[in-house]
Ligand binder design. Structure first.
Ligand code: CU
Length: 246
């Protein structure tokens, strides 16, 4: 009986296996991600540059504050103790654990700049409009960003920090959206991961289109209710991508 229970729970954990960002490379510097299975077993958890998540389960409520960085009712989007370093124009590589092939959807990346005089290790953006999008991929040639393109890249999602981005402390929010049960709302699943980074350089770029998270997505936003069985293009939800042009 015990063997049967072990076997069944193993099956359940495999079916439910989503993922998280296990490692981040900023330029050439490598940082360990927040590893919920092992980090949450320690009190306090190990110091990371990534904000804490409770587990690999999705956020499904568009109004929940944890849509921001994947926190939980116990530690909502708590800041992380460390800050990574990257120069504007360098590439951030977000290494996700194995992503289920049937969890199809876009991958999006946002930044939010900590206000002057506020250290990012203390900053909670709340519902302030501070977020701007720097990257999004829905489908390319019929292949979804998640998991087709992500898996083809060995789970590493690469995103360039805009060359002209003004220096400062930012939250880098990489988000996988899973549409496999999104034919009605609720149903869509969000997997955000927030890394705290210090961007260096002499850029002067300041984005103009800022959104709040939560707030940016509503059940009526294009791309929130979707049938992945439908052929054709998919435009990810949220604002347009800011490229850093002045
Ligand atoms: Cu799932």
């Amino acid at each position: 009986m015990l063997k049967l229970i072990t076997f069944v729970s193993l099956l359940v954990s495999q079916v439910a296996a989503h993922g998280w960002v296990q490692e981040i490379t900023l330029g050439s510097k490598v940082y360990t991600g927040f590893l919920p299975n092992t980090d949450n077993a320690q009190n306090p958890p190990p110091a990371r540059i990534v904000r804490r998540i409770p587990d690999f389960n999705p956020i499904t409520d568009l109004t929940r504050i944890d849509l921001q960085c994947g926190g939980s009712p116990t530690y909502q989007t708590a800041p992380a103790p460390l800050v990574g370093q990257i120069a504007a124009g360098e590439t951030a590589k977000l290494n996700w654990t194995a992503w289920p092939a049937n969890h199809k959807g876009p991958v999006l990346t946002y930044l939010a700049k900590a206000p002057e005089g506020v250290d990012i290790t203390q900053w909670l953006p709340g519902t302030d409009a501070v977020w701007f999008k720097i990257d999004e991929v829905g489908k390319e040639n019929g292949r979804w960003a998640a998991s087709d393109l992500l898996t083809a890249a060995s789970g590493v999602w690469s995103v360039k920090i805009p060359e002209n981005l003004a220096p400062g402390q930012y939250i880098l929010r990489n988000e996988i959206i899973d549409l496999h049960s999104a034919t009605t709302y609720p149903g869509i699943q969000f997997f955000p991961s927030c890394a705290q980074i210090e961007v260096t350089g002499s850029g002067t770029g300041v984005p103009t289109e800022l959104v709040s998270i939560p707030g940016v997505y509503t059940p009526e936003s294009p791309g929130i209710v979707w049938d992945i069985g439908v052929e054709g293009d998919y435009t990810p939800p949220g604002p347009s991508v800011w490229t850093g042009e002045v």
